[in-house]
Design a protein around this ligand. Structure first.
Ligand code: SAM
Length: 260
């Protein structure tokens, strides 16, 4: 009977994959992959020669929603035909990635063995390279366009991580980049909460061991001048330092003075 495991390959080539993910890849009948570049694809093909890239399903003339559905169908069909299938996705397979979750949902509903193994995501690299501990004052993560189009409450005491900033406001789901005008609108939206002088960071973790991380700090107002890519993530450091909450403390029989 067919089965599916979705694994992460990490961000940096070869070194950030877990031992269990590597062994699933080596033992699969077929491996489908969404990987950042041809070098990563050829590395996975060396682990298992029956490797099929799903990257070529992306195209500027159709919605990414259709592409993701095709990815799911390709995976689900091979499982139904009785194969031991692995979906190898860069980073963590379940982080800002619809297709692996959906393939698992569909196959589990049909009674197949289908599950996910975690991987090292871009956010994990970000915490390491920027020296940010998400536990220090909290951390919120949003897909940028969803953040811009839906209602959200922002916690200004914590870090905010905006994924897919390089696609900010790209609602057609067809283009692979944003525009200066979209970035200007993003800045004015964020200006509801943050002053234009507030420092933000663009982060890009290296995919290859020979590359350096991009860590660029600048005032929010300069965002439209920045070159962004599909692998850019924006970090907004807290606007305020943590402050004790009298109401919260009261529930525990404490006061600001007694807790300090
Ligand atoms: N599953 C991936 C993971 O676990 O990191 C995330 C995939 S999501 C569709 C793509 C977004 O992840 C990018 O727009 C960016 O925000 C972030 N990302 C991907 N690669 C990155 C990198 N090398 N450095 C920083 N952020 C990255």
């Amino acid at each position: 009977r067919g089965s599916l495991v979705c694994v992460g390959t990490g961000i940096q080539l070869a070194g950030q994959i877990t031992l269990i993910a590597k062994s699933y890849i080596e033992e699969a009948d077929i491996v489908f992959g969404v990987l950042p570049d041809p070098i990563a694809e050829s590395w996975i093909s060396e682990l298992n020669s029956n490797f099929v890239s799903l990257q070529n399903l992306y195209s500027e003339d159709r919605s990414r929603k259709e592409t993701y559905k095709d990815m799911v169908s390709a995976i689900v069909n091979e499982v139904k035909s009785g194969k031991k299938v692995v979906g190898a996705f860069y980073g963590h397979p379940g982080v800002f990635a619809w297709a692996p979750h959906e393939a698992i949902r569909q196959l589990q509903a049909l009674g197949y063995d289908a599950f996910m193994e975690p991987g090292i995501s871009a956010e994990d690299c970000l915490f390491a390279d920027l020296g940010i501990d998400p536990g220090a004052s909290g951390c919120q993560g949003y897909e940028t366009t969803q953040f811009l189009f839906y209602k959200h409450d922002l916690d200004l005491y914590s870090y905010v991580i905006l994924w897919q900033i390089g696609l900010a406001g790209e609602w057609t789901l067809q283009s692979f980049s944003t525009s200066r005008s979209n970035l200007e609108k993003t800045v004015s939206y964020l200006n509801r909460w943050y002053p234009l002088s507030h420092e933000v960071i663009i982060y890009e973790a290296p995919f290859l061991p020979t590359q350096e991380a991009r860590i660029e700090r600048f005032p929010l107002s300069s965002l439209p001048d920045k070159e962004l890519s599909m692998s850019s993530t924006m970090v907004i450091p807290p606007l305020h330092k943590l402050e004790l909450d009298e109401e919260g403390l009261k529930h525990f029989g404490l006061t600001v003075e007694s807790y300090k």
